[in-house]
Design a protein around this ligand. Sequence first.
Ligand code: ZN
Ligand code: FE
Length: 269
Amino acid sequence: MHAVSLIVGAPALTLSVEIVPLLADNYGYLLSDLATGAVAVVDPAEAGPLLDRIRARGGRLDWILLTHHHGDHVAGTAELVAATGAKVAGAAADAHRLPPLDRRLVEGDRLELGRASARILATPGHTTGHIAYLFEATVDLFCADTLFVMGCGRLIEGDAPTMWASLEKLAALPPGTKVWCGHEYTLANARFALSVDPDNEALRTRARLVERLRAEDRPTVPSTIAEERATNPFLRARDPMIRRRLGLEAATDPEVFAALRRAKDGFRG
Ligand code: ZN
Ligand code: FE
């Protein structure tokens, strides 16, 4: 499970992304800037499987990039720091409840990984301090529990308008942006999506594809922003068919989003 992003005409700008399944359904990511060999991990839910991969590559770990404070995204941090001496980056807003941070990040900051560089996006809603990392040169987005494949995170600390604004920010990224999210929830998300958007041909086709991928135990990441705009109901609050189905033709976009999120919370498909 290995992907290398290449920018045509700029061979120095390369970022490899390795998917590392963690716990029951979390995804950790091992990033490497191929120009310099700099390595980062995104969201170490547990250290063991990541350390195995890091040691197999020679033991280098420069950065641990945290998206939010939940245990299933940070619990392996201390062990990785102790084993590798890596530095830790996370949201300044959540410094009091994240592992000790070497970099406190806010919207618009840049974090350098060798010659690669991530722009920080504040994406509150799932938690108040949630951030995403966007590697712009290779359009790789690490958005954890804000945007999932055909789904979005629960509103644990934020309200619907806050989460809707975060999702709109991600939906406005270039269509080819690769979406590397925090969990493999795609099958359940697809079933809910079909229940509110059953006539969406792109969604029906994609649901069949992810059934096949999961039957073979293959990951459904990365997605793309274009695929999410076409099939993720939580980015489609403007869609007339979804609005009609919910009886919300005249509602605002955040109101439609809120109704979708409530329906998903109660969905037992
Ligand atoms: Zn979470
Ligand atoms: Fe999570």
